[in-house]
Design a protein around this ligand. Structure first.
Ligand code: ACM
Ligand code: ZN
Length: 622
């Protein structure tokens, strides 16, 4: 991250007045639990603590034990219920209407910790909360000898507001490999998110091995020549590993294969799939093609059904995403096969979207016959789908209202709150991102509600939840990373994490915690510790700029600062230079002669993760 140095200001004056600070509450859980009571005392987690579990929960018990053992250095043995006794962490499955499919009850007393749930998913979420009750060092990958592992006594009853709590990764425009996806699943698990949509094809890349159509990956997964050649794909064994890894963390991987548009990589591999039959090259820059699948040819259907047959064998998700966005019908309008198909279906020229609707219905029939349902971007609603399909709304919430009223499930992925490849601010030095949208600040990602207005309570049950999206159409192409050598780099992966964190935390709370219990100020306070969890987990994240309050007008002005990161420091200057970790550390209010003399930045606990610089002239403090 480079910080642009500009507009150096003259030294005015500064003096330290007194010490203030913001203190995180001792319990700081994200997303905020539905009901939580904090009691006196704590459970001392030590070398004698074991996890006790019935045989049905052994997979969760071992996952918890491994994670706790890594940072504490304790053995954390897993015992079966018969041996129960002593100071233990007990996992129980039990019937409870109140907790639902993903809820849990977590009780910590000085003698024992118990996590109860109806399902493995609930137990997993109870374990996530338990880790958040510990010192954030619990996320470290090495034993931390200097910590005391005191877990505060609590009584928590918790369950999510929405069943679809998703993130989307565009692995097509930039290939994010299996190792990265596994890491990203861990990031999602920390936030109790439960759907990862993989955008597996687009004009610039096809990313999943299909045995019946090998050219999809030999040709469609790579672009460029010689040393410039880049790309990659998931073998079917990779997919099985990712699906298994996700399932243990209660995450469903939803595959997305776009049709009829965003499909050029498939047409490069098999030109007969397009209307013209013409050969194409893989684009080496971001590109949205006008060449779509040709629905007028039977060979296209043989291909699509063959591909989706393998996809549903690989991915056990209830929903299969068929894309459906941004189709421009220029080729269909001139294709004899498409024109003949439209005539046979009674579709008027100019209503090509109805031909897309016919494709949707045909795909849906195929999926329903295989006990799956389709989901697609909101364009599919206009084109035509049955109420059994789900809609992913990226345009306006009104489409969601229309869908939910006719019975379609709806996932809100609104560009203004959920497109996380958009920058967080316009501050100098901010990571460049999708320029076609206004910045999505953390507050904007937090302060909204997936349930749109205008729905009855019964209709609102069709709002399945919300999803953050990380598009990568500008990665490694111009203009963002054009100057970056392509091969052997993890830079794009770090960018994906930076875009995702901390906005993923905001999304997590939007979809988990009831609207009435969500408060921006309280969220910011709890986030202070979340950043330390990110640091210890070695995730890349955007460090928040210090929150600066300038009181005046007057001479001098009094500047107070809230440090947004627990364990971090705020460094400041008053001489017009940009602060570094060697600049004075903020201890309390500072007085300055001119209000724009003050600049500050946050350094996280590791000193490596730093924020952009607060300048009063920048007009934004986020
Ligand atoms: C989209 O952003 N084209 C769904
Ligand atoms: Zn055609």
């Amino acid at each position: 991250m480079c910080i642009k140095k500009s507009g150096l200001l003259p030294i005015i004056a500064a003096c330290l007045v007194c010490v203030t600070g913001v203190h995180a509450s001792p319990v700081s859980v994200i997303p905020k639990p539905v009901k939580m009571q904090v009691n006196e005392g704590s459970f001392a987690f030590d070398a004698g603590t074991a996890v006790v579990s019935p045989s049905t929960l052994m997979s969760q018990a071992h996952l918890l034990s491994t994670q706790l053992a890594r940072a504490t250095g304790f053995g954390v043995p897993v015992k079966d219920a018969i041996e129960a006794g002593g100071r233990t962490i007990q996992l129980h499955l039990e019937e409870s209407q109140r907790l639902g499919k993903e809820g849990y009850h977590l009780q910590v007393t000085p003698e024992q910790i118990s996590i109860r749930a109806q399902t493995q998913a609930g137990i997993f979420y109870g374990c996530q909360t338990l880790k958040q009750l510990c010192d954030p060092g619990i996320y470290a990958s090495q034993p931390l000898a200097d910590r005391q592992w005191l877990i505060p006594c609590v009584d928590i009853t918790d369950y999510p507001a929405y069943p679809w709590r998703g993130m989307m990764l565009d692995v097509s425009r930039y290939f994010l490999d299996k190792e990265f996806v596994l890491r990203y699943l861990d990031i999602m698990a920390l936030h109790k998110l439960n759907v990862l949509q993989l955008h597996l094809n687009d004009d610039c890349g096809w990313r999943v091995e299909i045995k019946a159509y090998p050219e999809l990956t030999t040709q469609g997964a790579f672009r460029g020549k010689g040393a410039e050649r880049v790309g990659g794909f998931y073998s079917q064994e990779d997919v099985r590993e990712m699906v298994r890894y996700a399932a243990q963390r209660n995450i469903t991987i939803v595959p997305e294969l776009e049709l009829p548009a965003h499909a050029l990589a498939a047409l490069v591999a098999y030109p007969y799939l397009g209307c013209t039959g013409k050969a194409h090259e893989m684009p080496t820059k971001h590109f949205i093609s006008k060449d779509l699948y040709c629905p007028g040819k039977d060979t296209t259907w043989t291909f699509l059904e063959g591909v989706f047959q393998e996809i549903i064998t690989l991915f056990p998700s209830e929903y299969i995403h068929i894309g459906g966005d941004e189709a421009s019908y220029d080729r269909w309008k001139e294709c004899p096969d498409c024109l003949a198909k439209m005539k046979a279906l009674g579709i008027e020229p100019g209503h090509e979207y109805e031909l897309q609707g016919w494709m949707n219905l045909r795909m849906e029939k195929f999926m329903l016959a295989h006990h799956r349902r389709i989901i697609g971007w909101d364009e599919i609603l206009k084109c035509g789908v049955t109420p059994q399909a789900a809609i992913m709304t990226w345009h306006r919430p009104e489409t969601s209202v229309q869908g939910a009223k006719r019975g379609n499930g709806v996932v809100m992925a609104l560009t203004g709150h959920c497109y996380f490849d958009t920058p967080e601010s316009k501050l100098p030095g901010e990571l460049p991102g999708a320029g076609w949208l206004a910045p999505i600040t953390l507050e904007k990602a937090y302060d909204w509600e997936p349930r749109p207005e205008g729905l009855s309570d019964i209709e609102a049950r069709n709002i399945l939840g919300a999803q953050g999206c990380v598009w990568t159409d500008m990665f490694l192409h111009q203009p963002w990373l054009a100057d970056v050598p392509v091969l052997g780099e993890r830079r794009s992966e770090l960018y994906v994490e930076y875009f995702s964190l901390p906005r993923m935390a905001a999304l997590a709370e939007v979809v988990w915690t009831p609207r009435g219990q969500r408060h921006w100020e309280d969220f910011q306070l709890r986030m202070r510790r979340q950043y330390t969890r990110y640091t210890n987990s070695q995730f890349n994240f955007r460090v928040p700029v210090p929150k600066v309050m300038v009181r005046g007008p007057g001479s001098p002005w009094v500047v107070t600062v809230e440090n947004p990161v627990e364990g971090g420091q705020v460094h400041y200057t008053v001489d017009g230079t940009f602060p570094t970790v060697y600049s004075p550390t903020y201890q309390g209010p500072v007085t300055v002669e001119a209000r724009d003399a003050f600049r500050a930045m946050t350094a996280a606990a590791d000193g490596k993760h730093r924020s952009l610089v607060y300048e009063s002239t920048s007009g934004s403090t986020r």
